[in-house]
Design a protein around this ligand. Structure first.
Ligand code: CP
Ligand code: NVA
Length: 300
C-alpha cells in the first residue's frame, strides 16, 4: 500500500473508516477472549508529545505492546526538537528508524510539514485543529451502543475547537446531521464548516441544537494552550453547560460523550457525566481498540 498518513479523518474514505471500526470491535472481543494476535511484531511507534496526555499516550503504548511492537515516548524537553532541530530533519531521521510516528502538537501545519518529510505513516494525536483518533473511538462507541450513526442527529455544545472540527469532518464521512451550538466568537473554522455542506447546522442557542439529538457531545471550554483565557471562557460558555435540563430536550435514548478530561460543574454537570446516558468510560477505553485497528491499517 502507498504511504498513508492520518492527520485528519478526511485522509481516509468512509469504507476505510468503517473497516477500522469493525476491526476495532472485533479486536476488542478477541482481547476479552484472551486471544492476543501480535500482528505488529517488531514494529516501533515513536510518539512525540508537545502537550500533556493520559489517554492518547497510554492507549498507543498499550496498543503497540499488545500487537507485539514497541512505542517510544518523546517530549520536546528531552529531544533536540525542544532545542530547535527542524521538524523536517526530525521526520527524516525518525522515519529511518521507526515504522510509524504519532505527534501531539499545537499548529496543524507542523504536522503537515512533518508528514511531508516522513517515509513512514504519521498519525495526528491531537493538534489545535483536529483530533481524529478521538473520533474513531467515538464512532466505535456509538456503533456498539446504538448501531450505525448514519442518519442520526448529533449535538455539539460549546467551543468550536479541534474536537468540534473533527465532528464536522465525521458528519460528512459517516453521514449524520450535526447541530453545533457555540457563542458567536467561538464558532468553528469557516473553511472546515463549508467542507461539510448541509450535514452541519450552526446555532447560538443550545436548546435548539440539542432538540431530538441522538448523541450529545461536549468538550472542555479551555483547550491546552488557552489557559490565559480561562476566566473569560468560563463565563462566556456558561449557558452551554450540559446539564440534566438540557439533556431532557434530547431524545430519551440519547447518549452523552466527552473526550475527557472533563470539568464537572463547567462544561458538564456530575449528574450527566456520571449518569445513565453517559458512555464516556467506554469511549475512553475504545481509544485503545480503535487505534490498534488504525495502526494495523497503516502498517500492514
Ligand atoms: N481525550 C484525550 O485525547 O485525552 P488525553 O489528552 O488524556 O490524551
Ligand atoms: N480540546 C481539548 C481536547 C483534549 C483531549 C484540547 O485540545 O485540549
Amino acid at each position: 500500500m502507498a504511504l498513508r498518513h492520518f492527520l485528519s479523518l478526511t485522509d481516509l474514505n468512509t469504507g476505510e473508516l468503517q473497516g477500522i471500526i469493525e476491526n476495532a470491535v472485533a479486536g476488542k472481543q478477541r482481547l476479552l477472549n484472551g486471544d492476543i494476535q501480535q500482528t505488529l511484531k517488531g514494529k516501533v511507534l515513536a510518539m512525540i508529545f508537545e502537550k500533556s496526555s493520559t489517554r492518547t499516550r497510554v492507549s498507543f503504548e498499550t496498543g503497540m505492546a499488545q500487537l507485539g511492537g514497541h512505542a517510544i515516548f518523546l517530549s520536546p524537553d528531552d529531544t533536540q526538537l525542544g532545542r530547535g532541530e527542524p521538524v523536517e530533519d526530525t521526520a527524516r531521521v525518525l522515519s529511518r528508524m521507526v515504522d510509524c510516528i504519532m505527534i501531539r502538537t499545537f499548529e496543524h501545519i507542523k504536522l503537515q510539514r512533518f508528514a511531508d518529510h516522513s517515509d513512514v505513516p504519521v498519525i495526528n494525536g491531537l493538534s489545535d485543529t483536529f483530533h481524529p483518533c478521538q473520533l474513531l473511538a467515538d464512532m466505535q462507541t456509538y456503533y456498539e451502543h446504538r448501531g450505525p450513526i448514519k442518519g442520526k442527529t448529533v449535538a455539539w455544545l460549546g467551543d468550536g475547537n479541534n474536537m468540534c472540527h473533527s465532528y464536522i469532518t465525521a458528519a460528512s464521512l459517516f453521514d449524520f446531521h450535526l447541530n453545533i451550538a457555540s457563542p458567536e466568537q467561538y464558532r468553528p473554522d469557516a473553511k472546515i464548516l463549508r467542507s461539510a455542506g448541509n450535514h452541519v447546522e450552526l446555532h447560538t442557542d443550545p436548546e435548539t441544537a440539542i432538540k431530538n439529538a441522538d448523541l450529545v457531545v461536549t468538550d472542555v471550554w479551555v483547550s491546552m494552550g488557552q489557559e490565559a483565557e480561562t476566566e473569560s471562557r468560563r463565563s462566556i460558555f456558561r449557558p452551554y453547560q450540559v446539564n440534566t435540563g438540557l439533556m431532557s430536550l434530547a431524545k430519551q435514548e440519547a447518549l452523552f460523550m466527552h473526550c475527557l478530561p472533563a470539568h464537572r460543574g463547567d462544561e458538564v454537570t456530575a449528574d450527566v457525566i456520571d449518569g445513565p446516558q453517559s458512555v464516556v468510560w467506554d469511549e475512553a477505553g475504545n481509544r485503545l481498540h480503535s487505534q490498534k485497528a488504525l495502526l494495523e491499517f497503516l502498517l500492514q
